[in-house]
Write a protein that binds this ligand. Structure first.
Ligand code: HT7
Ligand code: ZN
Length: 859
């Protein structure tokens, strides 16, 4: 496989003035005719036209209408030497969507046709300059059997339609806005439509259509409401209006990722469209809202202004994640969402940054771009935008984004261009800040405090350091915005949030006129993606946990206390943890008083997940972490059993089901309490979980009951899992949950369970959702059994990666993730993880996707 370097970028040799595509969808094959008007790019350096193409048979080529054979095809590229200044090229080729299991290009999902072109899927449809900086106006004609494929969609507006001979029909779509080919989409099938409209800020009416399989129409109202809210929010917060008269969303069951932002024809994984209280959890509802927003926001950040090359992927993804996070924060509880986002960042992105696959937000090189849709590009990229928002302030940030859209609408640009707009609009020098884009690894920020009573001065000294990562050492200091507030000894706020800008390796900030030693609340709202170490005492943290006005840091203080307690128990199993357990009692009492935000309290009562604790360990021993964590939970349960039971009862479902933030908070709190109450897995625990299941009128409650029963050996476990399957076996997304909830069980017979699930009639290796529901759920969310000393967990994952390698290389490569941090585990586990990686690497015909991830992991 070939490595591609950012430094080698050169502009495309030819511009595509317009693209006409014609699809003849026939049984057993599809004929694609592409006619493109090319003109030489004045900025281009070569005069050869080089087109990318894969997995197709060329039937004919014509240059300016004349048959043409003077081309060569080698290594996935068609080359025409010096074809002239301006010409039209027509290529007819044959493809086989019905045999396409990679789910890139044109493929079939449950008999319906759909496309996935980002990043490099368009080359599986026709020969083209498959790169994001070639923008063109697309006209698309689709022809198919009218009965089997009544719905035929592409980007833009419907221009023409009609019946043909033999029961076939055609439709012509035209998208007047130039776009790169990765945003091209086609859908043809037998689908039902749910319709609504949105009136834009200038009074234009936009038709909104969601297409789903017959029977799923009743599960679209949340997605539709989320779409309308997104359109409104983008107008209000960014002044961005939607430009076309139609916006389509199509839900498909076979999809490699969550969704795709093709201009005016978003294609979604069903998991991120369908939502109903009986089949979707509160967290599913939140994901649907967030991802509908994300794809819609791409209309401006990604589509109208796109990427010059794939090294700039975070230009659109980081910015769009930041936009969807802020949208969700505005629609729900800001502090709760920030907590959840930071938890994900720490668990998944920090671990990526600490692995051999660490890479910069604007990387310098890659082998397979589809491997770079990572937590670093998306979530760390979003943190970089958030920091710029913090440094500039909301108002100037908005001026900068206005400038960005004005300056670059209709163009393909770079992360450097984005940051330049931030600099130009604010008058600030952001050159040091740009290092965040270029340097991989999570920085550490150490803070020490000093109080000088005689001068009534308080100082905070920050020391930053950057870890070495593959191919990067001796990194430069970063420009880090640190939001800080100060509290007095009674919890009163002495100094409201102020942003300190740390730019040196070591830097001290002084606060004058401090009559007493204050307690600092540092990195409020998690204002920078760093590993923070402070010299705060447990008492300081307890004060912050109760009084901090910053919701995130209030929670963070409790988590830091929990991490310290877990470490103490890991070091010394008999350690005295009564103070920590008593603090939890105070939180429970707060819950019993009925005061405070229940969703926040639910998070405060939850100990850090194993994946977060692991980030704080020099050598990871999952079983030891789990033992310490469970021992603490058991002590909490034993000490506060009555109070916890009362808190559970107080938060019982009373009355109508509702999706308000208050109702979701109540459920979250009740579930956090149930998890503690059932931690011992005895008869009483099983009875409690079963009762919770029996009383459920929604999927959130059902899933909680199943999760609390998953590790149990009591008879209720089998009863509840059987009932759940019988009720929901016709709902694939719920069957996914049934697979996952069994795969995460920390119990003796897990490997027999996994074998049973793998051989279950409902398991389908070709469906990514089902594969993830079993294998990712196990490898990511069952760390104790995945890292079983027998090595059976690694073997289970290894075998599916090898099997998927030829079926769906993108999914196979993603499945390698849980093995990549192998060097951080105990020597015995390391050896087994390494052996699993080596076995994969030795597989014949390894795809470039899997090769890149496995070979880099092994370095
Ligand atoms: N921009 C979309 C990326 C995407 C994708 C990438 C590789 C392979 C399959 C894919 N499906 C969607 C999704 C997004 O970030 O909005
Ligand atoms: Zn995106």
């Amino acid at each position: 496989p070939k490595t591609i370097y950012l430094k080698d970028y050169t502009p495309a040799p030819y511009l595509a003035k317009q693209v006409n595509l014609s699809f003849n969808l026939l049984p057993g094959k599809t004929i694609v005719t592409s006619s493109v008007d090319y003109v030489k790019n004045p900025a281009g350096v070569s005069s050869d036209l080089v087109l990318d193409g894969e997995d197709q048979t060329v039937i004919s080529v014509a240059l300016n209408g004349q048959p043409f054979e003077d081309y060569t095809i080698a290594d996935g590229q068609m080359t025409i030497v010096n074809p002239g200044h301006a010409f039209s090229l027509t290529i007819v080729s044959e493809i086989h969507p019905e045999a396409n299991t990679a789910l890139e290009g044109l493929y079939q999902s449950q008999g319906n046709y759909c496309t996935q072109c980002e990043a490099e899927g368009f080359r599986r449809i026709t020969y083209y300059q498959d790169r994001p900086d070639v923008l063109s106006v697309f006209t698309v004609r689709i022809e198919a059997d009218a009965l089997a494929y009544p719905v035929m969609l592409s980007n833009g507006n419907l221009q023409e339609e009609g019946m043909l001979a033999d029961g076939r029909h055609f439709r012509v779509w035209h998208d007047p806005f130039p776009k790169p080919c990765y945003l091209f989409a086609l859908v043809a099938g037998d689908l039902e439509r749910v319709a609504d409209t949105f009136t834009t800020m200038t009074g234009r009416k936009v038709d909104l259509h969601i297409y789903v399989r017959a029977g799923d129409e009743g599960q679209c109202s949340h997605a539709m409401a989320s779409l309308k809210k997104s359109m409104q929010w983008d107008e209000e917060v960014y002044g961005r209006e939607y430009q076309l008269d139609l916006f389509n969303i199509v839900a498909v069951s076979d999809f490699n990722m969550g969704a795709m932002e093709n201009t005016s024809l978003n294609v979604f994984n069903t998991a991120l469209v369908l939502a109903h209280q009986e089949t979707a959890t509160d967290s599913d509802f939140m994901s649907v809202e967030g991802v509908i927003g994300h794809e819609y926001f791409h209309n401006w950040t990604g589509n109208r202004v796109t990427c010059r090359d794939w090294f700039q992927l975070s230009l659109k993804e980081g910015f769009t994640v930041f936009r969807d996070q802020e949208f969700s924060a505005d629609m729900n509880s800001r502090a709760v969402l920030r907590i959840d986002d930071v938890n994900t960042l720490r668990r998944l992105q920090f671990s990526e940054d600490g692995s051999p696959l660490a890479h910069a937000v604007q990387p310098d090189q890659f082998i397979e771009i589809s491997n770079f849709y990572t937590k670093t590009i998306y979530d760390k990229g979003a943190e970089l935008i958030r920091m710029q928002h913090t440094l500039l302030g909301a108002e100037t940030f908005r001026k900068a984004t206005d400038l960005y859209f004005d300056r670059f609408d209709g163009q393909a640009v770079t992360c450097d261009d984005f940051v330049q707009c931030m600099a130009d609009a604010s008058g600030r020098d952001l050159s040091q800040f740009f290092r965040w884009y270029k340097q991989a690894g999570t920085p550490s920020l150490q803070v020490s405090s000093h109080y000088d009573a005689s001068h009534q001065r308080y100082t905070l000294t920050f020391k930053q350091s950057q870890p070495d990562t593959p191919e990067q050492t001796n990194k430069q200091p970063l420009h880090i915005p640190v939001a800080v507030g100060l509290l007095d000894a009674f919890g009163q706020e002495l100094l409201p949030t102020r942003v300190l800008e740390v730019t040196e390796r070591e830097q001290t900030f002084t606060f004058a006129d401090m009559a007493d030693r204050p307690v600092p609340s540092i990195l409020r709202g998690f204002s920078a993606p760093v590993k923070l170490e402070t010299d705060l005492s447990d008492d300081d943290l307890r004060l912050l946990q109760v009084y901090d006005t910053d919701g995130f840091n209030k929670w963070e203080a409790g988590q830091t206390l929990a991490l310290r307690t877990i470490q103490r128990v890991m070091d010394q199993p008999e350690a005295d943890i009564t103070q920590f357990v008593a603090d939890i009692g105070t939180l429970i009492a707060q819950g019993l008083s009925g005061q405070g935000d229940k969703a926040l309290l639910a998070r405060a009562l939850s100990l850090p997940l194993l994946g977060v604790i692991a980030q704080h360990q020099a050598v990871i021993d999952p079983a030891a972490i789990d033992a310490a964590r469970t021992a603490i939970l058991i002590q909490i349960k034993r000490t506060h059993k009555e109070a916890l039971a009362a808190l559970y009862d107080l938060n019982r479902n009373s009355g109508e089901f509702s999706m308000t933030p208050e109702a979701m908070g109540r459920r979250a709190l009740q579930h956090a309490v149930l998890e503690i109450l059932t931690v011992t897995n005895g008869t009483g625990c099983a009875a409690r979980s079963k009762a919770h299941y029996d009383a459920a009128d929604n999927m959130t409650d059902r899933v909680t009951a199943l999760a609390c029963l998953a590790d149990s050996d009591q008879p209720q476990r089998a009863e509840v899992f059987a009932d759940f399957y019988a009720r929901f076996k016709n709902y694939p997304l719920v069957v996914d949950k049934w697979f996952s909830l069994q795969a995460i069980a920390n119990r003796e017979q897990i490997f027999e369970d996994l074998a049973m699930l793998r051989n279950h009639a409902d398991f389908n290796i070709k469906n990514p959702n089902r594969v993830r529901s079993l294998y990712s759920a196990f490898a990511i969310n069952n760390p104790v059994k995945f890292h079983d000393p027998s090595g059976k967990g690694y073997a289970f994952l290894r075998d599916v990666i090898i099997e998927l390698n030829t079926i769906n290389p993108q999914i196979a490569a993603r499945m390698v993730t849980p093995l990549r941090e192998w060097k951080r585990y105990t020597p015995a586990l390391q050896a087994q993880m390494q052996a699993a990686l080596e076995a994969i690497l030795a597989t014949p015909n390894l795809s470039g996707d899997v090769f890149e991830i496995v070979s880099k992991s092994l370095k």
